[in-house]
Design a protein around this ligand. Structure first.
Ligand code: SF4
Length: 333
C-alpha cells in the first residue's frame, strides 16, 4: 500500500506521485492522457428557476468558471470542436476527450433532451465519455438507467456539487438541498454502476477550520470515485460578495500558505482510494473580489503541494484508517 522502504516508489494507486491523481487515474484506464472539454448546453438549475429556490447559491456566478469557448448559443459539437482546438494549443499529447457538461445543472431537463445532447457529444470524433456536473436533487432512476446503458460503452461520471458536509453551511449558502440528499444521490448513482464525482469548497462562512478538516472522515466514507476541492473565493456580482462587503469578519479566507498546510493535513487523512482531481480553483482576476492568490497558477500550486509532500515525506492516506479498521481497534480495547 505504502512504500515499505526508500527503494519502493509506487503507491497503492499505481504510480510514484504522492497523491491519487486524476491524470494517473485515466492513464491507468486508457493508457494515455485524456482531456476534458467543457460544454455549456444552456441548462438552468432548480435553485434559480424557483422550483427549489430563487437567486441561486450565494457564491455562484457560472460566468466566472466557464471557459471562453463555452457558449450555449453554440451547438454541443461546435463547443467540443473549439474546446479541442483550445486544448491542442496548450497540450499536444491528448488524443481522447471527455465531454464535460459543466455549466449549471446538466441533468436538469427531460430525458429526451438529455439523450439528444449527450449523444451528440459522444458522436463527436475522439470523445470517449461524459462527465456530467449537476446537483444531488437533479437525478432520478430514469436518467440513471439511461446513463447506465451509456456506461456500458463509454466512460460516464456524474459529478455532484456537494460543497459541505454540514447542513448548517448548506443553508447558509442557500444550496437548498441537504447533505443527506447528496449522500442519497452518490449511493444511487453508484448502485447503477456509474462513476461518481463530488465537489467541495473550503472556507465557507460559518465553518471553522476544525470543522472543515473533520469533513475528511465523512468524505473518506462516501461512495465517490473522484473529488474536487477548492478554496472559497468571493466572486463579483454574487450574493456572497454583498455579504462579504457588509461583514468581512464573517469570512476567514485562506491565504495560500494556510491552505497549503491545511490541504496537506487533509490529504494525509483522506481515503487513498479517492482520486483527487483538483484542490484549488483559479478564477480570472476580473471576476474576483477576494480570496485569490495573486499570480500563482494552478500548475505552480500543484508543484508546491507535491514539493511539500516530498519534504514532509508524506502522502495521501498516510493517516487514513477506514471505519472497519477503527471499529476493530475499538473492540480490541
Ligand atoms: S452553484 Fe450550481 S446549484 Fe448553485 S445556483 Fe449555481 S448552478 Fe445552481
Amino acid at each position: 500500500m505504502t512504500p515499505a522502504n526508500q527503494n519502493i516508489k509506487t503507491y497503492q494507486w499505481g504510480h510514484e506521485r504522492r497523491f491519487n491523481t486524476y491524470s494517473g487515474y485515466f492513464r491507468d484506464i486508457y493508457g494515455a492522457r485524456v482531456q476534458k472539454v467543457s460544454i455549456d448546453a444552456g441548462f438552468t438549475c432548480p435553485n434559480r428557476d424557483g422550483s427549489r429556490g430563487l437567486g441561486g447559491c450565494t457564491y455562484c456566478n457560472n460566468d466566472a468558471f466557464n471557459p471562453s469557448y463555452c457558449q450555449p448559443s453554440k451547438s454541443v459539437s461546435e463547443q467540443i470542436g473549439e474546446g479541442i482546438e483550445f486544448h491542442k494549443w496548450r497540450y499536444d499529447e491528448a488524443v481522447s476527450y471527455l465531454a464535460y457538461f459543466q455549466a449549471y445543472s446538466s441533468t436538469y431537463a427531460s430525458l429526451d433532451k438529455l439523450k439528444k445532447l449527450y449523444e451528440e457529444a459522444l458522436n463527436y470524433p475522439g470523445v470517449i465519455g461524459l462527465i456530467i456536473g449537476t446537483r444531488p436533487d437533479c437525478i432520478d432512476d430514469e436518467k440513471l438507467e439511461f446513463l447506465k446503458e451509456l456506461s456500458g460503452k463509454y466512460y460516464v461520471a456524474v459529478e455532484y456539487g456537494i460543497e459541505s458536509c454540514y447542513n448548517k453551511t448548506l443553508m447558509r449558502i442557500n444550496r437548498r438541498h441537504t447533505f443527506e440528499e447528496a449522500v442519497w444521490a452518490l449511493e444511487r448513482t453508484t448502485a447503477y454502476g456509474i462513476n461518481t464525482g463530488a465537489h467541495f469548497i473550503f472556507g465557507l462562512p460559518g465553518e471553522n477550520r476544525e470543522e472543515m478538516m473533520n469533513q475528511v472522515d465523512i468524505i473518506s466514507g462516501l461512495p465517490v470515485k473522484t473529488v474536487k476541492f477548492h478554496q472559497l473565493q468571493i466572486i463579483k456580482g454574487t450574493v456572497m460578495e454583498t455579504e462579504f462587503m457588509n461583514n468581512p469578519i464573517d469570512f476567514e479566507l485562506f491565504t495560500w500558505e494556510e491552505y497549503l498546510d491545511f490541504f496537506i493535513a487533509f490529504l494525509e487523512r483522506l481515503n487513498p482510494a479517492i482520486v483527487v482531481e483538483r484542490f484549488t480553483s483559479e478564477t480570472p482576476p476580473r471576476f474576483l473580489t477576494s480570496g485569490g492568490w495573486g499570480k500563482k497558477r494552478t500548475d505552480q500550486l500543484l508543484h508546491l503541494v507535491e514539493k511539500r509532500l516530498e519534504e514532509l515525506d508524506t502522502w495521501q492516506g498516510r493517516l487514513y484508517k477506514d471505519k472497519r479498521q477503527k471499529t476493530k481497534d475499538k473492540s480490541k480495547k
